[in-house]
Design a protein around this ligand. Structure first.
Ligand SMILES: *Cc1c(COP(=O)(O)O)cnc(C)c1O
Length: 353
């Protein structure tokens, strides 16, 4: 608290990121990072990067990267916006599209950064309760609104919404609909093709999860060129150079190595299915996941206790002390070995009373 803060800063309720502990080596299954290293092509690009370039400002428009993304998704360059992590793309989107006379709507259980941006940009919002089984009933979003945002698959539930539901949202709304596809590469079908049909649809993805580049900070949005222009107006009123030159070139190499990307995503999906089975055998109810994490609750032991016991044993998972989900653990899919360690540790904990 400080007398020098503005009223707005006093009122902020900032996002709390998952722990990145520096004190000991954990099996780290708490922040949905990819357990595999980035593509060897990315590593080679960074190794061979000409450090002389660092004296110059980067390309403010990230032209090559936007070109690579446009090609990958079958859209034009002016349909692509890139930002410093999809969190930045989301923040700019909130500012560009959601400060309206009507409230922004999103599911009551979804990415906890959304209410934080509403606080920062003073956007009125309304949350829509999702079903008891954590599925989303799209008809509940059929209310007067100044915008809609939904993660698909949803976080932290891991559950996927059908594309037909997203199309219905776009059709029935005159406001901007954002689909946050941070986890779409682990088994979902992207809504990007729908952006050609609906000029109010913006799809946001990230290099952090499926491309093992959380530390490089890269995210992007695909949508109608007028939406992209709106985002550029905000970006160029904030920071013209959000993507450094090293990140721009490394990201292009990541896009170019599609086979590595496909392989690692598939490995994570296989490990996820295996881990879900094993957890079910240990007495967990595991929600059907289309993401690189699972959301699970145990039949008799509290999630908070399991979280603490796991941490003591060197395994970090995510626990949310929030109504409706305070008996669930969110567990990132690690390597097969890491998941074996998780299962073995849990078995031991569950045998004690
Ligand atoms: C991880 C995540 C993001 C942010 O990803 P970055 O690109 O690392 O900023 C956005 N939305 C959801 C739902 C996420 O889980």
């Amino acid at each position: 608290m400080s007398q020098y803060w503005t009223d707005l800063v006093h009122k902020l309720d900032p996002y709390i990121p998952g722990e990145q502990p520096q004190d000991q080596q954990y099996v780290k299954l708490n922040t949905n990072e990819n357990p595999y290293p980035p593509s060897p092509k990315v590593t080679a690009t960074i190794d061979n990067y000409n450090k002389d370039h660092l004296k110059l400002y980067p390309d403010p428009e990230s032209t090559q990267l936007r070109q690579a993304l446009a090609q990958r998704f079958g859209v034009q360059q002016d349909n692509v916006f890139v930002g410093n992590g999809s969190d930045e793309v989301l923040a700019h989107s909130f500012q560009a599209f959601f400060k309206q006379s009507k409230p922004l709507v999103f599911p009551d259980l979804s990415y906890s950064f959304y209410p934080v941006y509403c606080g920062l940009y003073e956007i009125e919002s309304k949350t829509i309760p999702i079903n008891e089984d954590f599925s989303i009933n799209i008809n509940d979003f059929d209310i007067d609104n100044g915008g809609i945002i939904i993660p698909n698959p949803n976080a932290p539930t891991s559950m996927l919404m059908p594309l037909a539901d997203i199309e219905q949202l776009c059709k029935n709304n005159s406001s901007v609909v954002i689909i946050d596809e941070a986890y779409i590469d682990f088994g979902g079908e992207s809504a990007i093709p729908l952006t050609r049909k609906y000029d109010n649809l913006l799809v946001i993805q990230t290099f952090s999860k499926s491309r093992s580049l959380a530390g490089l900070r890269l995210g992007y949005a695909i949508g109608h060129k007028d939406l992209i222009e709106g985002l550029n107006r905000v970006k160029d009123s904030f920071n013209s150079y959000p993507i450094d030159s090293l990140a721009q070139t490394a990201a292009v190499s990541s896009i170019e190595d599609d086979s590595y990307f496909q392989q690692t995503c598939q490995k994570i999906v296989q490990t996820r299915e295996q881990a879900s089975e094993q957890l079910t055998r240990l007495g967990f109810k595991v929600l059907p996941s289309a993401a690189n994490f699972i959301f699970a609750c145990h039949e008799s032991r509290s999630a908070q206790e399991l979280y603490s016991e796991l941490k003591k044993a060197g395994v970090l998972v995510r626990y949310f002390n929030k109504p409706r989900i305070d008996n669930y653990l969110r567990i990132t899919i690690g390597t097969e070995q890491e998941m074996q360690k998780l299962i073995a540790t849990l078995s031991k904990i569950l045998q004690q009373n």
